[in-house]
Every structure is written in structure tokens, then in C-alpha cells.
Design a protein around this ligand. Structure first.
Ligand SMILES: Cc1cc2nc3c(=O)[nH]c(=O)nc-3n(C[C@H](O)[C@H](O)[C@H](O)COP(=O)(O)OP(=O)(O)OC[C@H]3O[C@@H](n4cnc5c(N)ncnc54)[C@H](O)[C@@H]3O)c2cc1C
Length: 402
């Protein structure tokens, strides 16, 4: 092989970057000259948007057959260091060996991780739903509650952070707890948000709907206060309220993966690389950033991609295409994603679907839920392991929107 594109990460952005790069190379008949290598711990796509659900099985579909069908190579390991000046990567393979890999183009797609502030007890006693293993730990802990003596702490879950993930996690909890502890058990689910209202970024139109839905699901809302400390039996808020709870789920604050800090140039407050219109890291030679590690303008109005699956799917396609195009002497494709939607799962109440950055409410309750199911079980899953089918939806301007 003459040239190599390395994509770090096989999440939404990494997967679609790989398919878009492989498609562009295939279309130019250059598959014998340029290889696409994905490096990630496993050839799997973790469906992070569903990790708040009770059943987390089938949430990491295997990508081996899809990669084989599309000519994408996979290296199982973790990148430790990126040397942008020498275009070299240091990798610890899944088997524990240290390896090096050089690249001609690099696409960083390592996503985001939950930021955990130094709250006493958070690391020891807190749970979260950020990664697949985290969700598994929470699932096992909740299942074990059934064998413990009844108490108000056992029967209570506190979710910290009233953003998207916190709202979706909390809305599920009363029904999830009752299923584990018995339908007649008096369960308690509390959502704590430090702003004065839940969903601080949701805007004034959807917020009352969200508040009413959470209340209908049986979630208590505690706003305008922070968590002071967490222990084995619950937590204390900064306003002095003690809540007995065997389960505290932290959801507040995502940050770009730490590898983003190894790419020279400007980074935003979330640690994301400030990329140009083609998703290139302007101060690093031959490096593209995509998905949750990229701070990218979605339109000419000043909107910026959210750390979201919705944006990662398109950002991935564009970054992968551009990495390949730059080796194929093709023009770069600008990233643009002016349509923005959200579909928020609100448990047994249903789901809330909005359109636009001003979040116009379009669907609620069961109508919204049907759309959420469609998104969560079809749209964000990988395509079939068939080259033609995968490449048919791997062009850089392909977008799924309702
Ligand atoms: C509970 C929850 C609910 C969510 N709900 C929604 C929602 O409703 N709608 C929405 O749009 N978004 C939602 N999101 C956000 C969405 O999941 C992320 O924005 C999306 O996963 C970002 O995609 P990505 O490809 O950038 O990163 P990721 O999907 O995180 O993928 C990162 C990849 O990088 C790999 N990796 C990490 N470190 C290394 C390393 N050192 N070396 C090699 N590989 C590495 C990982 O294994 C993984 O393959 C939710 C997230 C969570 C956690």
C-alpha cells in the first residue's frame, strides 16, 4: 500500500468516516493504493444514545463483517500518543503489546467522556451511563437491590444533571425500579439540576412539557442546587438537603476525549478541536477531527455541532471523505448540517420531538415515542455487511432527518 488513512475510534463518527473514505477510494479505483485502518478497542459500535435504557443488550453491534465487506481494516487497540509532526501513533494493542502505526491522513473520532468533578464520594459511590461498561455496572447494581432489605435508600435513585441524558435516565427510573423491586414498592426517583430549571438548554417552549412529563413519570425535580457529597447511603446537596439513596447516577458534563488535547491548535471549553469547514485541524498537518472531538460550524448562522449522534453521523462522513479526497486530489467537501432536531425520550409518557435550534415542538407522547424507537433501533445502527448497501449511504452529503 502506498498510503494509509487511520481513523481512531469506531463510534458513530469513526464508523461513517471509515465507510465514506472507503467509498471514495473505491469509486476512484484506488483500493490497491490507499488503505483505511480503524483503530479502536473492539470492532464494535457502542450505541451510546441508548445506554440509559433498562436493557442494554445488543447495544454494541459487531462491525467485523461490515469492515470486511467494505475493505476497511481494523486494529484492536487504544491509541496512547499522537505525534502529529512525524505522523506516527503509539498504540497499546488489546493483547497489551506496544505498537506504532504511521499515517498519511488521520481522522480523530474518539468521542467524549463524562466529566466528573471532584465531588467527595462521586468516584466511589456514583454510577453513570456514559460508556457500555458503566451502563452494565449500573444495571447489575440495580438488579442486586432486589436482594437487599427494603429501605427508603434502597428504593431511591437520584439522577444528577438535568440535561438530555439526565432527563432520559430519570424518566425511565420509576418504572425500572418497580420492575426490579416489585410493582407495589414505593419507589422514588429524584432529578437534581444546578440551574433553576431542568433542561437549561432546552428553551422555554419544550420545558413545561418536559417538566409535566417527568412529573407524570413520577420523577421529583430538585433545581437550583448542587451535590455537596455522596456516600454509600445517599447524598447531601449544597442547600443542605439530605437524600437517602442507594443509587446516584451522575450525568452532568461531557468533555472531548483527552486525545483531542494532543492535537495542536485551538480547543473550545469542552476540549474539542476547532476545525475548519472541511473538518481539518488547522494547525496539525494531515489531521481531521470529527464527532464529539470536533467543534464545527453547522451553518452560516453561528450554530455549532452539539456532542450528539445526529451530528457525529454527518461529521464522520465528511471527515472520512475529505481525508480520502485529499489523497485522491479531489476537492474537499464542506461540512454543513443546517437542520437540527431533537427527540427526547420521556419514559412511559412518550417522547418529545423538536425541530430547529429554537426547538419548535412537533411531536409529543406516543407519536414522539414512535419516532424515537425508529431512531434508536434503526437509523443509528450500522448498515448491513454489504458493500453496495453501505456505500449507497456513505456519501458526504447523506443525512437522515425526519
Ligand atoms: C446516555 C447517552 C444518551 C445519549 N443520547 C443521545 C441522543 O438522544 N441523541 C444524540 O444525538 N446523541 C446522544 N448521545 C450522544 C452520542 O452518543 C454521542 O454524541 C456520540 O456517541 C458521539 O459519537 P462519536 O463517534 O464522536 O464518539 P463515540 O460514539 O463515543 O465513539 C468513540 C470511539 O472511540 C473509541 N476510542 C476511545 N478512546 C480511544 C483510544 N484511545 N484509541 C482508540 N479508540 C478509542 C471508542 O471505543 C469508540 O469506538 C447520548 C450519549 C449518552 C452517553
Amino acid at each position: 500500500m502506498e498510503k494509509r488513512i487511520v481513523i481512531i475510534g469506531s463510534g458513530f463518527a469513526g464508523l461513517w468516516a471509515a465507510l465514506a473514505a472507503a467509498r471514495a477510494i473505491d469509486l476512484q479505483g484506488a483500493s490497491d493504493r490507499i488503505e483505511v485502518v480503524v483503530v479502536s478497542p473492539r470492532p464494535a459500535l457502542v450505541i451510546r444514545p441508548r445506554l440509559y435504557e433498562a436493557a442494554i443488550e445488543n447495544m454494541d453491534p459487531d462491525l467485523s463483517a461490515l469492515f470486511a465487506a467494505t475493505g476497511v481494516k481494523h486494529f484492536a487497540g487504544k491509541i496512547e500518543h499522537i505525534h502529529t509532526r512525524t505522523r506516527r501513533l503509539e498504540i497499546t494493542s488489546t493483547a497489551g503489546e506496544l505498537n506504532e502505526l504511521s499515517y498519511d491522513r488521520l481522522v480523530l473520532a474518539t468521542g467524549s467522556t463524562l466529566y466528573t468533578p471532584p465531588v467527595p464520594g462521586l468516584e466511589a459511590f456514583g454510577f453513570n451511563v456514559d460508556q457500555h461498561d458503566d451502563a452494565r455496572v449500573l444495571q447489575a447494581h440495580l438488579a442486586e437491590l432486589a436482594g437487599k432489605p427494603p429501605s427508603s435508600a434502597r428504593n431511591t435513585v437520584v439522577v444528577v444533571g438535568g440535561g438530555f441524558t439526565g432527563i432520559e435516565t430519570a424518566a425511565e427510573m420509576p418504572a425500572r425500579l418497580r420492575k426490579i423491586l416489585g410493582e407495589d414498592t414505593p419507589v422514588r426517583a429524584v432529578l437534581i439540576e444546578c440551574a433553576d430549571q431542568v433542561g437549561p438548554e432546552m428553551g422555554d417552549t419544550p420545558r413545561p412539557i418536559i417538566e409535566a412529563a417527568l412529573t407524570e413519570c413520577g420523577v421529583e425535580l430538585v433545581t437550583g442546587t448542587r451535590v455537596e457529597l455522596i456516600d454509600a447511603d445517599g447524598l447531601l446537596t449544597t442547600s443542605g438537603e439530605r437524600i437517602d439513596a442507594a443509587t446516584v447516577v451522575w450525568t452532568a458534563g461531557a468533555r472531548a476525549h483527552p486525545l483531542a488535547a494532543q492535537i495542536p491548535g485551538a480547543h473550545d471549553a469542552l476540549g474539542r478541536i476547532e476545525v475548519d469547514a472541511y473538518l481539518r485541524a488547522p494547525e496539525a498537518d494531515a489531521v481531521f477531527a470529527t464527532g464529539d472531538v470536533a467543534h464545527a460550524a453547522t451553518d452560516a448562522l453561528g450554530n455549532v455541532a452539539a456532542m450528539s449522534c445526529q451530528h457525529a453521523l454527518s461529521l464522520g462522513r465528511v471527515a472520512g471523505y475529505n481525508a480520502a479526497a485529499s489523497l485522491l486530489d479531489l476537492p474537499q467537501h464542506p461540512y454543513s448540517q443546517p437542520k437540527y432536531v431533537t427527540c427526547l425520550d420521556l419514559g412511559p409518557w412518550g417522547a418529545l420531538y423538536t425541530e430547529g435550534w429554537d426547538r419548535q415542538v412537533r411531536l409529543t407522547r406516543e407519536e414522539g415515542k414512535q419516532l424515537k424507537r425508529e431512531i434508536n433501533t434503526k437509523w443509528i445502527y450500522p448498515p448491513a455487511a454489504d458493500k453496495a448497501a453501505a456505500f449507497a449511504v456513505a456519501n458526504p452529503d447523506f443525512v437522515i432527518v425526519p
